[in-house]
Ligand binder design. Sequence first.
Ligand SMILES: NC(=O)c1ccc[n+]([C@@H]2O[C@H](COP(=O)([O-])OP(=O)(O)OC[C@H]3O[C@@H](n4cnc5c(N)ncnc54)[C@H](OP(=O)(O)O)[C@@H]3O)[C@@H](O)[C@H]2O)c1
Length: 332
Amino acid sequence: MEINNRTVRLLERPIGLPKKNTWSLNQENFDLELKENQILIKNEFISLDPAMRGWLNRGKSYISPVNLGDVMRAGTIGKIIESKNKNFNNGNYVSGWGGVQDYIVSDGKDFTRIDDNKVKKETYLGALGVPGMTAYFGILKEGNIKKGETVVVSAAAGAVGSIVGQIAKIKGCKVIGIAGGKDKSDYVKNTLKFDECLDYKKENFFNDLMSICKKGVDVYFDNVGGELLDRMMLFISKGARIVICGAISQYNQKPKGPNNYLSLLVNRATMKGMVVFDYAKDYDKAIIEIRKWILEGKLLTKEDIYHGIENFHDVFLKLFNGEKIGKLILKI
Ligand SMILES: NC(=O)c1ccc[n+]([C@@H]2O[C@H](COP(=O)([O-])OP(=O)(O)OC[C@H]3O[C@@H](n4cnc5c(N)ncnc54)[C@H](OP(=O)(O)O)[C@@H]3O)[C@@H](O)[C@H]2O)c1
């Protein structure tokens, strides 16, 4: 069988925001005869995640960088075109690390079947994928929330933040979101039903933040880092937990740490980083619970889907310019 594969490969390590020539788009045709145990997957949905920016950097992290010349690493959902593996049939949908390309051949070990006719497949890149797992374990295990506590979450209209806040509401917390722009803030408050959502792009944002947080914050779920993390340290209550999930405001520059860290001492508070992969053995349990909330109408999911592998770069930048709501996905 002749395969016409388009790939996006990493050409150079960017300084600051990635540019068009950070990647190359290639046409790579090849003849394929599957070996025993192999499957051929046609990727349909590609997950675009802030972490991908970190994988472009040289150096040690929780996962190895993408090598120059390699296909850009990405979570995917695809359809099996041909299978010589007894665990997969033609037509099955699978999620895994398929990369930014049309096709991938695998022995199936790193791919999971999606056998679900009630929830959209794309949701398995969002609320039922890595962002959902991050939100679930981040707020329940790392944040250790209790009923009646006050939770603040940044990037609240995004893939992780929107689920964090909704889970905290399900668990009986008071939830304040922070998001960029009026439309996003209205969406978080009116549609996702957070108690409040502040627009950090508004002129008086830090005054608004101070007045809404003055009674104290028990959990700050940080997706953004930088100045916001620094300010949030001033509002924490005694015994508060700051969950360092991400720091998207710092990914394209040399990261700057917080000045107000002595607030941790005064408040006997903790600030701890998390990596979702540490919870991998419990993903199944989280998927069952989140899926139940979705089907009961207690948790809303939103995927923002753009089209065309040739638009990968422009769509990827939406993570940083905020021109999207919910989980960012590229359909190819
Ligand atoms: N630790 C883990 O295991 C783990 C796993 C998954 C994700 N994460 C982290 O979780 C965070 C959220 O990821 P996600 O997939 O849910 O992304 P996302 O929130 O869906 O998208 C990123 C959002 O960040 C906001 N943003 C971008 N630049 C910003 C800046 N300079 N200041 C403030 N906000 C900015 C934008 O929203 P606005 O329009 O509101 O600005 C943008 O929509 C990221 O930091 C990511 O690295 C961590």
